[in-house]
Ligand binder design. Structure first.
Ligand SMILES: Nc1ncnc2c1ncn2[C@@H]1O[C@H](COP(=O)(O)OP(=O)(O)OP(=O)(O)O)[C@@H](O)[C@H]1O
Length: 221
């Protein structure tokens, strides 16, 4: 499903501060895998995740997602891929503070032509899947860290993407809450989704079926 062939990423190319963050990365991730990406700070984990999420460019190599060659896609097609195929979860939750949980989960449906009542129903279903339906009308900045991350996960799955990408999703949570969030990722994976998690936490990585270690922009293990 995901294939990277010789992907290289250079920040500030052509300038005196040019920096090569990824060196000829080859990687295949099949449908339904549960993968951790680990490595020291600055190794290139987030850069790789952003390329997988189609939110960052690369200087050379090919990235195929379900046989679509990403670099040939128009901006419109890329937006469609991001919206329909990929759900993103961030360390800092990236919720709109003064929106309710429901309004946050509605955001990816902003451009959908469905009726508002249908959109709401979809969002409530996503909130239910993460155990947060009772908090649908709570303002998001009044929720705990773990609850915020559940809402962020509901927002990531509302369009039923086949791939979930998470960047340090438990980095701001205590260990008990981290375990609960990891259980949620495992259940999303059990339901058939591909889940790729960047993490520093070995307890999280050990629960993944495959661990990829990056050092200095290269896959070393
Ligand atoms: N926008 C940018 N411009 C220039 N260099 C960048 C940029 N973003 C990242 N880098 C550099 O690229 C390298 C890889 O960064 P990246 O954020 O992918 O690392 P990481 O493994 O995710 O680190 P961390 O675990 O600290 O989040 C680092 O040396 C970083 O300084």
């Amino acid at each position: 499903m995901i294939q990277l062939h010789q992907i290289s990423k250079i920040y500030n190319q052509g300038k005196t501060n040019a920096f090569q963050a990824l060196h000829k990365i080859d990687l295949k991730i099949a449908d339904g895998e549960l993968v951790a990406i680990i490595g020291t700070s600055g190794a290139g984990k987030s850069t790789l995740l952003h390329i997988l999420a189609c939110i960052d460019s690369y200087e050379s190599g090919e990235y195929y997602i379900d046989d679509t060659l990403v670099k040939n896609c128009s901006e419109k097609k890329l937006a469609q891929i991001r919206n329909k195929k990929i759900g993103m979860v961030m360390q800092d939750f990236a919720l709109v503070d003064d929106f309710s949980a429901l309004q946050n989960v509605m955001l990816p449906l902003d451009f959908s032509k469905s009726k508002v009542s249908e959109k709401k129903e979809k969002c409530l279903k996503a909130l239910q899947a993460v155990g947060m339906e009772k908090f649908a009308h709570h303002q998001s900045n009044k929720l705990s860290g773990g609850q915020k991350q559940r809402v962020a996960i509901a927002r990531a799955i509302v369009n039923e993407p086949s791939i979930i990408l998470a960047d340090e999703p438990t980095g701001a949570l205590d260990s008990k809450t981290s375990s609960e969030i990891m259980e949620l990722f495992k259940s999303l994976n059990d339901a058939g989704r591909t889940v790729i998690i960047v993490t520093h936490d070995m307890k999280i990585a050990q629960q993944c079926k495959r661990v990829i270690r990056i050092e200095d922009g290269k896959i070393v293990d």
